[in-house]
Write a protein that binds this ligand. Structure first.
Ligand SMILES: C[S@@+](CC[C@H](N)C(=O)[O-])C[C@H]1O[C@@H](n2cnc3c(N)ncnc32)[C@H](O)[C@@H]1O
Length: 221
């Protein structure tokens, strides 16, 4: 992991002007895309592991966990919670394994677009919900690929919990904070973030490259 990561470059110089209209549309219209069988299977396996560990234990989702460093760290920090680290990339989920994952964590290969909806459909509430360094999609035309511009985004409200999103692109976090404010009715701020103990490979890479980091947090109760 080197310290030569480039800063995000984008034609956007502030939050996207279409965000509010897009989000209001997503809130008003349920997202009905059919779910893939492999995500249903991954969800069923994950729920079995969770219930086997301790039914009813508070649940944490590390969404887009990559290679799972953060999943491991979160599970160590919350030994009485169960942690799902979910990522769609087989390569990342399998890289550098086996990780010394504690018993209260598992890595799941699944598409979050379905995994989030399966959690919500099953009435599952999260204690914490991490979105650490999501793909930024910095092109102006890619707003709908950023999580807050995606049709699945309103599902986050139903999942509840203490949500935290981090990025090295300030505009992503400003937009996320605006979207969470609209979705939750609470004022969510974009804030600068710094740490000496990076929690993920991307965080480590950005810190080594001298990038400022940003985050927003809200308790979705
Ligand atoms: C920039 S990486 C960050 C990984 C890790 N959180 C970190 O900070 O090192 C974004 C991750 O999100 C995952 N991802 C993107 N879209 C996804 C989706 N629809 N479902 C599951 N994972 C997804 C990617 O596979 C990738 O591992």
């Amino acid at each position: 992991m080197t310290g030569n990561s480039r800063l995000i470059s984008s034609a956007q110089d502030g939050p996207h002007g279409d965000l509010e209209v897009l989000l209001r549309r997503h809130i008003a219209h349920p997202f009905l895309k059919p779910m893939a069988d492999y995500n249903r299977e991954a969800f069923a396996v994950a729920m079995l592991a969770y219930e086997k560990w301790q039914p009813g234990a508070p649940l944490i989702l590390d969404a887009g966990c990559g290679v799972g460093w953060s999943t491991q760290r979160i599970a160590e920090n919350y030994p009485d919670h169960f942690v799902f680290g979910v990522d769609q990339s087989v390569d990342r989920i399998n890289r550098g394994k086996p990780l010394p994952l504690p018993d209260n964590a598992m890595l799941v290969r699944a598409d979050l677009v379905d995994f989030w909806r399966l959690l919500a459909e099953n009435g599952i509430k999260l204690a914490h919900h991490y979105n650490l360094y999501p793909n930024p999609w910095p092109k102006i035309g890619h707003l709908a690929r950023r999580w807050h511009g995606h049709a699945v985004f309103p599902t986050w409200l139903a999942l509840g919990g203490e949500l935290e999103c981090r990025s090295n692109w300030s505009i992503y976090i400003e937009e996320m904070a605006l979207a969470l404010t609209l979705l939750s009715g609470q004022t969510v701020a974009a804030e600068a973030y710094s740490t000496d103990e990076p929690m993920t490979p991307f965080e480590k890479k950005y810190l080594a490259s001298g990038h400022p980091l940003w985050r927003c947090r809200v308790n979705l109760r």
